[in-house]
Write a protein that binds this ligand. Sequence first.
Ligand SMILES: *Cc1c(COP(=O)(O)O)cnc(C)c1O
Length: 358
Amino acid sequence: MTKEPINARGTFTPLGVSRSSERVSRAVGESLRHYAVMEDLKHQADLALKAWSGAEAGTLVHCTAAAITLSVAACMTGTDKALVRCLPLPTGGPSKVVLPAGHNVNYGHPVRQAIRLSGATPLMVGEADACSEGDLASALKAPDICALLLVHSRLVEGVTPSLAAMISLAKDQNVPVILDGAAQDFKVAELVALDPDLLLLSGQKYLASPTAGIVVGKAEMVAAVAAQESGIGRGMKASKEAIAGVLAAIEERQALDLADWAQDKAAKLAAFLERANLLPGVTAYAVADPTNLPFERACLRLPCEAAPIIAALKASNPAIWVMEDRASRGEILLESVMLSVAEEDLILQRLAVLLRDC
Ligand SMILES: *Cc1c(COP(=O)(O)O)cnc(C)c1O
């Protein structure tokens, strides 16, 4: 039988993204056994999102990919019911989305397709490797547009001005800004403080709720996203069990002492690195997250090529998945913070066997 995979690859969709706590899974299970007045449940979620994020308002949709489509739709229609019904046909309103070319990332599909699904047209600015302040400033002068920006992550390519600078350029032109911060739930307050019109986060990444797209931001814009549920958003709605799970996950996050948590994770990583350094020929060290998430990852420099080891780890039972970004440098990168110690043991044991043949 194939065993549960060991996921040292981070919040990776093909591996089921994250594991929820007992409490979150109980909340989801309970909600499945009962009816609920959806309007009341949604209202409760809206209030919880608002309190947690510090934004004016919040709402839930199916996932962040859906949140991108529906946020663009919101810019096109506002809360106008007739316009909401019109999409994805042209509404006569804003229908173009400016984004730095390097922000057209692929998290399973390209961002530009999530934009097009609403009926809007993406306008990629600059080159994949660079988008300057000048490029962006002139693109933002076009009429009938909104802007989509990604929080810098491992996916984002190229050099752009800082998020704060790009948001301020858009504000200068009165262009609404949608900020995709899918895996950045730890930084929600910091991102809300940048004052985007809409901020999008995935519930199922580090927050470890069921799959859900969290949308927070300006009340009017959030209402326009929620309004899409009687239009193209019908197929992208949040389920009652997802809402119940997000509510429980937010309560847990609010109760979490992040400094303590980060300290525990740092100690856990240090212990793992110490053991990894005992593997023959391996140099193990910590690597900070490029987006300032509050934990580091383990980088193992191998005494041989990384690609065959990565393939052999994946072919093990249980399958072990690691990050492949540094394979060409002979290194494997592991996001081990969410692993149990038993899983860390299995990884080290398996590596010890594989490295014998190096
Ligand atoms: C994961 C991710 C998405 C997609 O999120 P889903 O909730 O899986 O739809 C979108 N944008 C970025 C930057 C991501 O990391």
